[in-house]
Design a binder for this molecule. Structure first.
Ligand code: HEM
Length: 374
């Protein structure tokens, strides 16, 4: 999609798309301005079905209250303490395929790693991991074909998975209420905002949000990173010799192949951007994948530069909704790549394997990524 973004950004950087009834915004400066201004560009949207609002779809002041509560659990300090544990989970997953000299990166590592980590943070007992993975797979599943039938089939499956997850978390909540542990659910149960406890639905929806927002995105970060290593073998060599470059490599992967391509907002008032009048109530789609390649912000934007500095990509968003899980996603990405490079020589894509993209204009990733190694 990147050449298309480049072309649109230069021809029609802000355009109204009638068929989708929304504005597309493609330049860095404009995207940045929108994300910086939650008063004019709201995150609140009408929820379909039985959904409960989460921080992702709230505006201040409720957003700020809930966000500061959960921020504590996701600081880089707290998250970096998880490193040894994430490393051992990664090694376990790679041990399972080590005798084969080939693996499907998506299935064998990139999908299960984030699921297991989130499950543990939340306090899901290890015996329920498989169950949990099935639900989170369904949550992020897209339709196999573009037909209406396939779409409504997937929607039905998702509704059922959400219902089952809700019931499951409700049970865990009951257990933690009587017997608190050192996990996120226990923390949320004991938390108060202005003397008021969170209600059960708020805690459950937040847990489901972590699954939905954190798993597929991190899966795609890991896969996209390995894609770069196989597409650009000189970079694989560079990192083998200089593992201290892995954090900036991961940042450049995020900029170059962002797992989330766009972020939606709704205008709360008539507002002019780049000479266009956006009307109150209009949907606005900010294309971070395009902003990340904006030549007025980045030198040689279409080149992958491991040591790019500064690298002010927008792949985790910007402003008050900046990704809560960014420290965790970065850590998992870095550990996955470091561990793979340590254990495997000559990682390469198995030529001729089919590469199917995930069927969503907002997500960038592939469904399988078979690799061979020594
Ligand atoms: C928000 C991307 C991983 C939890 C966001 C936003 C983006 C994003 C772009 C902003 C959405 C907006 O402004 O409307 C990503 C990417 C990830 C990733 C690219 C992986 C590479 C994670 C993980 C977690 C997580 C691992 C949880 C463990 C959240 C939450 C929000 C969020 C809770 C909402 C924050 C708020 O509204 O205040 N993410 N994310 N994300 N992300 Fe992530």
């Amino acid at each position: 999609p990147f050449p298309v973004y480049n072309q649109l950004r230069n021809s029609t950087p802000i355009r109204y798309d009638e068929s989708r009834d929304c504005w597309d915004v493609l330049r860095y400066e404009d995207v940045h301005r929108i994300l910086k201004d939650p008063v004019t560009f709201s995150s609140v949207r009408e929820l379909t079905g039985k959904g409960t609002a989460t921080i992702l779809t709230m505006d201040p002041p409720r957003h700020s209250q809930l966000r500061s509560l959960v921020n504590k659990t996701f600081t880089p300090r707290v998250i970096s303490d998880l490193a040894p544990h994430i490393e051992s989970i990664t090694n376990e997953m790679l041990d399972a395929v080590k005798d084969n000299n080939h693996m499907d990166l998506v299935h064998d590592l990139a999908v299960p790693l984030p699921v297991v980590v989130i499950a543990e943070l939340l306090g899901v007992p290890p015996r329920d991991r498989e169950l949990f993975k099935e639900w989170s797979d369904i949550l992020v599943k897209g339709p196999d074909t573009n037909s209406d039938e396939a779409f409504s089939q997937v929607m039905k499956e998702k509704e059922r998975a959400i219902q089952e997850l809700n019931d499951y978390f409700a049970k865990i909540l009951e257990q933690r209420r009587v017997d608190p542990k050192e996990d996120l659910i226990s923390l949320l149960l004991s938390a108060e905002i202005e003397g008021q406890q969170l209600n059960d639905m708020e805690i459950i929806s937040f847990s489901v949000l972590l699954l939905a927002a954190g798993n597929e995105t991190t899966t795609n970060l890991i896969t996209n990173a390995v894609r770069i290593l196989t597409e650009k073998t000189e970079i694989q060599q560079q990192l083998r010799g200089n593992p201290e470059l892995i954090p900036s490599f991961i940042e450049e992967v995020l900029r170059y192949y962002p797992p989330i391509q766009a972020i939606g907002r709704v205008a709360t008032t008539d507002i002019e951007i780049g000479g266009k009048l956006i009307k109150k109530g209009n949907q606005v789609v900010s294309w971070i994948a395009s902003a990340n390649r904006d030549e007025s912000k980045f030198v040689e934007p279409d080149a992958f530069i491991t040591e790019r500095r500064p690298n002010t990509h927008l792949s985790f968003g910007f402003g008050i909704h900046f990704c809560l899980g960014a420290p965790l996603a970065r850590l998992e990405g870095q550990i996955a790549i470091r561990t793979m490079l340590n254990r495997m020589e000559d990682i390469e894509f198995i030529a001729g394997s089919p590469l199917t993209s995930i069927q969503s204009p907002f997500v960038y990733g592939v469904k399988q990524f078979p690799i061979a190694f020594r």
